[in-house]
Design a protein around this ligand. Structure first.
Ligand code: FAD
Length: 641
């Protein structure tokens, strides 16, 4: 732990714990770290209540009622994950979620209520009990505001509209020996880059990378900055091939229509007026309430076989629920459908089709939020702990934010906790994968490396820190920590200067748009080898174009051109990670459907995919899935609904 940062290196900001991101995970982590006695700062590129958690509609899963149990929630989650979630993490999620939900209620969150005053719960896909606790169809909005109130009440320092561009990580060759000492961030209002030193730790809570795709429920700010920075700093990305495509998004914008509509009784129809989830035999027992991957594939099969409406979408009808119930429980959906699609769902069925929604994979972490780099944590959608495995159940992301956000916050603050049972880092790997790729992924020539250098300090940008041996005594650590952060700041100044004043003439918008289209075309619900290889070629082309990128707006006030250019680099790295991981996995599991491999292959593939940046030449390896629970070992079964 770094006690004091002094010496020749003047650090602008210094806190015990720095939380990057102020959505549900970041806010919960900050409150927990504050409660554990740490001096905490939240650094966020958006104002906290503009974070994408605010868009969450349907609810939070928690076993709160008689007749339900955490064991049943854990069983549903493991089955939903298609036996790729880790049992200790899943059980922690299901055991801790009820307490966290009650904590939110005590902090004043306005949950919907039944007539008897209890918090309402609704059915959701893949759940064997109606355990999705909600606040109308605006659950995330209420959650975000409730947590932000706690941050304000506690006087936690918030640096909003500060964009974190780089982690300050020591330069040891072995990623497992590296330490994270802080971050570098760019203030949007002034155009200043500053260093933030962390005495204890940095928690990444930067949300999902939905902007890798062009039809997504995610906001424009969801560019996967945290996973990209952690990856380049040496932390493996886990199970990136598993991308959730939500079955009910509005066709023209990707805006989400919550699963709560089907939970309340909404019905899906094809162009021939058939209730295809039953009549097509996709889910004979639960129909529309099958798991999301199952419903998304069913819709696309209907569309591809000519039973879609305008060859593009299907219908979601909730008119039979009646206006009173719709307005009581789903009012927000009426507005979304009217405003974004021009359809009044009280009068007509809503057009819907699958769209990118959630990233099951992410930064590899333990149940305490630790990565393999000391002092670097992650929580929320940017992390993979892993509770969702190959498919997330609806209503399981919000409890993940609060359960694992709180744990990461407490651990980073130095609270005594049980050691985590999920091992992290390359030394936990079991074997490496040799994948036949059409291009050399990630590998950069010297010029490109210079142009896009990021992550930990490199020799190429002259910012390599020399503090490898300095950790033996406290005084040396203090100096070295300051040096690491300061050098990261210098490297980042050079990068931003290059982007603003260099001679690059390619624009981020063109590169990003081509990348998004390529991913939507070939790394979508249905995948095949040739398509994935084409996507890798397209990612490579984006990487080459990016080596020539430049920013046309010279201003230092709210320069979104610069921010989007930096974000685009992150999208390229994550697009490649998703595609490479998908190409390597030759089976059909959860959200990952592969032509030519139509079976779940438990013998060879109950293992997590890990991708290491490996200095720009990604390396794939695997780690075992832990199916051993507290009371029982989860036995993989056929996943039917
Ligand atoms: C439309 C929609 C509806 C959903 N509904 C539900 C639901 O009903 N139930 C459920 O369980 N799940 C739902 N989900 C999923 C769930 O809402 C998300 O997974 C979750 O809210 C993500 O929270 P987060 O805290 O990880 O990230 P976010 O809420 O996205 O917050 C990310 C934060 O990181 C900051 N940030 C990002 N990059 C940087 C950077 N470089 N520097 C500084 N700050 C940065 C942002 O400013 C932001 O504050 C839904 C998702 C969507 C898209």
């Amino acid at each position: 732990m770094v006690q004091q940062l002094e010496s020749a290196y003047k650090i602008m900001h210094e806190h015990d714990v720095i939380v990057v991101g102020a959505g549900g995970a970041g806010l919960r982590a900050a409150v927990a770290a504050d409660e554990a006695g740490a001096d905490v700062a939240l650094v966020s590129k958006l104002h906290p209540v503009r974070s994408h958690t605010g868009a969450a509609e349907g609810g939070i899963n928690a076993a709160l009622r008689d007749g339900d149990s955490w064991e049943s929630h854990a069983y549903d989650t493991m089955k939903g994950s298609d036996y790729l979630g880790d049992a200790p993490a899943i059980e922690t999620l299901c055991q801790d979620s009820p307490g966290e939900v009650v904590q939110l209620e005590n902090w004043g969150m306005a949950f919907s209520r039944d007539d008897d005053g209890r918090m309402s719960q609704r059915p959701f896909g893949g759940l064997s009990f109606p355990r999705t606790t909600y606040a109308g169809a605006e659950t995330g909005h209420h959650l975000l505001h409730t947590l932000y109130e706690q941050v304000v009440k506690r006087g936690i320092q918030v640096y909003d509209e500060w964009y974190v561009t780089r982690l300050a990580v020591t330069d040891h060759d072995d990623p497992e020996e590296r330490e994270c000492r802080g971050v570098v961030a760019y203030e949007l209002q002034t155009g200043e880059l500053d260093a933030f030193a962390a005495r204890n730790g940095v928690i990444l809570a930067t949300g999902g990378p939905g902007q890798v795709y062009d039809h997504t429920t995610n906001a424009v700010a969801n560019t996967g900055d945290g996973p990209a920075m952690a990856y380049r700093a040496g932390v493996p990305l886990e199970d990136m091939e598993f991308v959730q495509f939500h079955p009910t998004t509005l066709p023209s914008t990707g805006v989400l229509i919550t699963e709560g509509v089907r939970g309340e009784g909404g019905i899906l129809y094809n162009a021939e007026g058939e209730r295809f989830m039953f009549e097509g035999g996709y889910a004979n027992n639960v129909g529309e309430l099958a798991s999301r991957d199952v419903v998304a594939r069913a819709e696309l099969t209907e569309i591809q076989e000519g039973r879609g409406i305008e060859d593009d979408y299907v219908h979601l009808d909730m008119r039979h629920l009646g206006e009173e119930r719709i307005v009581d429980r789903l009012e927000n959906i009426v507005h979304l459908s009217e405003d974004f699609e021009g359809v009044d769902p009280l009068e007509k069925p809503m057009p819907v089709k699958p769209g990118q929604h959630y990233q099951m994979g992410g930064i590899e972490v333990s149940e305490n939020g630790e990565t393999c780099i000391a002092g670097l944590y992650a929580a929320g959608e940017c992390a993979c702990v892993s509770v969702h495995g190959s498919n997330r159940l609806g209503g399981n992301a919000l409890p993940e934010l609060i359960v694992f956000g709180a744990r990461a916050g407490r651990h980073a603050a130095g609270e005594e906790m049980e050691p985590a049972s999920v091992a992290t880092g390359p030394s936990a790997g079991i074997d490496t994968a040799d994948v036949d790729t059409p291009v050399s992924p990630g590998a950069l020539g010297p010029d490109e490396r210079e142009a896009v250098a990021d992550g930990r300090p490199t020799e190429a940008d002259g910012s390599r820190a020399s503090d490898g041996d300095a950790r033996a005594d406290g005084g040396a650590v203090a100096v070295a920590a300051g040096e690491t952060v300061e050098r990261a700041l210098e490297a980042e100044r050079r990068r931003v200067d290059r982007l603003l004043n260099g001679d690059g003439d390619r624009r981020h918008a063109e590169i990003r748009s081509k990348l998004q289209k390529a991913m939507t075309r070939n790394v979508n619900v249905f995948r095949n080898e040739e398509g994935l290889k084409q996507a890798l070629r397209d990612v490579r082309a984006a990487r080459e174009a990016y080596a020539d990128v430049g920013v046309s707006d010279p201003s230092s006030t709210f320069n979104t051109d610069l921010i989007h250019t930096i974000e685009t680099r992150n999208l390229i790295d994550l697009a490649e990670a998703i595609t490479l991981s998908a190409l390597a996995r030759t089976e059909f599991r959860g959200a990952h459907w592969r032509e030519g491999y139509q079976e779940r292959d438990d013998e060879n593939w109950i293992r997590h995919t890990m991708l290491s940046w490996n200095e720009g030449t990604p390396e794939l390896y695997y780690t075992p899935v832990d199916l051993q629970g507290e009371n029982e070992e989860y036995e993989p079964q056929i996943r039917s609904y």
